[in-house]
Design a protein. Structure first.
Length: 394
């Protein structure tokens, strides 16, 4: 397939927080063996309450009663309609028409490591959002279902954003860590002047997931806006110390996490531990926020510092919803500065935080369309580079 001189691609992302859809319109231009990206527009669309409830019910551990196959089928198609409407609205609002769409879909289950089932051991993943509906509504081809091709070659199917990180942030003299704080926290490590096969990436643990769950339960709010609640609470040190012993944090990369590890069951256990030391709900939110900060710093100390070394300047660039939590963003620099990092946000690097992952899936769709691999094996654990996703034509 010939490479177009320049192509506008729409990237669609909805993450583990299940709070809504981000659409990014990105102009992608090949430049020798590399590409140049320019974000043209970004729009965000919150999920309607009934749809968000259905998504959460379908996720592991989020429903008292099992979700039926009929409900999963309906959710797959309802999400396809939602993604289509989001793209159509973005095109109508911006008057920018893409040539291709990349849709990550909504993850309802992700098991990155092999586990036994029905007599075999294997890893698996499932993202919902019917691409045929998106293609039919927009008149554009859609690349979707990105994770399985990486997993079929031995990878964990995550993280997939490191390709974008390497395109935008590789630097000849400075090591860079790109930390996303969505529902789950994940980072990409780009050593100074490192080739792409030296990049590593992995999930650090909970991002906003536990904070959001406790804020919803204790304050009937979907999240702790700007970290205002946690700022009034006290960090419960015994809880923090105990939870940081969770085996996930000691597991070396590659590794990935989701609601399967840090969802409703974990949040309930975390809250129970907090209540043994304090009956103030603000203290539980403050401790959950500190837990995210400490787990990120711990991941850097254990697995990143040995790669970058203590003498190199390290730019620690934060994105995702957690970058807007002022309390969390006050805790992170305090912990990471001791490890030689200068903390900033991706917005200050010229890319809106909420647009990053949607931009990444626009790039991944472009790679697939042009028969180029989209995974970075050193990040996912795959045995080789793989062309990701399936193409649904109009």
């Amino acid at each position: 397939m010939p490479i177009n001189p320049s192509m506008i691609v729409a990237g669609i992302m909805s993450g583990t927080s299940a709070d809504g859809i981000d659409v990014a319109l990105v102009r992608i231009t090949p430049r020798n063996s590399a590409v140049k990206l320019r974000l043209l527009a970004h729009r965000a669309f919150p999920f309607p309450r009934p749809l968000r409830q259905a998504i959460l019910a379908a996720m592991a551990g989020q429903s008292d009663a099992p979700t039926t196959t009929a409900e999963l089928a309906r959710l797959n198609w309802r999400l396809g309609l939602a993604y289509a409407e989001a793209v159509q609205s973005t095109i109508a609002d911006t008057k920018i028409k893409p040539a291709l769409i990349g849709c990550h879909g909504q993850t309802i289950y992700h098991q990155g490591a092999p586990a036994p089932y029905a007599g075999r051991r294997f890893a698996c993943t499932w993202q919902l959002g019917e691409p045929a509906l998106i293609a039919a509504a927009t008149g554009l081809p859609v690349v979707s279902n990105f994770r399985p091709a990486d997993m079929a070659t031995g990878g964990q199917g995550a993280p997939l954003v490191p390709l974008l990180d390497s395109v935008l942030f590789a630097h000849p003299t400075r090591a860079r860590v790109l930390q996303n704080i969505g529902g789950i926290g994940n980072l990409t490590v780009i050593p100074a002047a490192a080739p792409q096969n030296k990049i590593i990436a992995f999930d650090t643990g909970p991002g906003n997931m536990i904070i959001d769950a406790l804020t919803q339960q204790l304050f009937s709010r979907p999240y702790d806006r700007n970290g205002r609640i946690s700022a009034t609470g006290k960090i419960l040190a015994p809880v923090l110390a105990a939870e940081l012993k969770e085996k996930f944090f000691r597991q070396p990369p590659p590794k990935s996490a989701g609601r399967e590890q840090f969802g409703a069951t974990y949040a309930a256990r975390f809250l129970e531990a907090c209540r043994r030391y304090s009956d103030k709900p603000e203290d539980a939110i403050a401790t959950a926020t500190a837990f995210t900060a400490e787990s990120i710093a711990d991941a850097f100390r254990r697995f990143v510092l040995p790669l970058t070394g203590p003498t190199h300047p390290i730019d620690y660039i934060v994105s995702g919803g957690g970058a807007r939590n002022a309390t969390l963003m006050a805790l992170l620099p305090d912990r990471l500065a001791q490890l030689g990092c200068t903390v900033t946000t991706i917005d200050k690097q010229g890319l809106p935080s909420n647009a990053k992952e949607a931009t990444a899936f626009a790039l991944l769709a472009w790679q697939t369309w042009h028969h180029r691999p989209g995974n970075i094996p050193s990040a996912t654990g795959a045995t080789r580079p793989a062309i990701l996703g399936s193409i649904t034509y109009v």
